[in-house]
Design a protein around this ligand. Structure first.
Ligand code: ASC
Length: 154
């Protein structure tokens, strides 16, 4: 086999492996594993979002590098939790409301809004401009709140 063909095979196998591992992220052995996973993702996301919040609210000094580092994590994490809501995981150690599944389209729209707002937050952080960061933070926070109001128990 020519070297080129070998390379195509190796790279192809790698890509197929990646696809399968990405799919596997959406699968959980037990409902409580999905609940734990999404709560962990939200906890880490909220922690880093909160650090940006402390900055834009003046509780800690504005630091462009810290804002960028935190926003990059928030954006990365924002995509993870929504694959961890298998049908019927609104009981147990969770505040997820049954409406997540009975109003799935609305829930999807709201979660997409958050993912988009958080990407905009990361873009704003990269500008290094505190005012842009503050505006994007406010908009992102509203998308968090919208979903919590409708789909999270008190
Ligand atoms: C946060 C955090 C949230 C959102 C939400 C915005 O810092 O942890 O869940 O902001 O409170 O209303």
């Amino acid at each position: 086999m020519k070297l080129q063909q070998k390379l195509v095979k190796v790279v192809g196998a790698g890509l197929v492996g990646l696809l399968f591992s990405a799919g596997a992220q959406a699968q959980f052995a037990k409902p409580e594993d999905a609940i734990k996973y999404r709560k962990a993702a939200f906890t880490v996301m909220g922690t880093h979002f909160g650090r940006i919040g402390a900055m834009v609210q003046g509780r800690i000094p504005f630091n462009a590098q810290m804002a960028q580092a935190n926003a990059a994590i928030v954006e990365e994490l924002s995509r993870l939790p929504f694959d961890a809501f298998p049908q019927g995981t609104n009981t147990g150690d969770t505040r997820a409301k049954a409406e997540i599944w009975s109003q799935g389209d609305k829930w999807k729209t709201q979660s997409d809004n958050m993912v988009r707002a958080v990407a905009a937050l990361n873009a704003a952080a990269k500008t290094g401009n505190a005012d842009s960061l503050r505006a994007a933070f406010g908009q992102a926070g509203q998308t968090c709140k919208a979903c919590h109001d409708d789909f999270r128990r008190e």
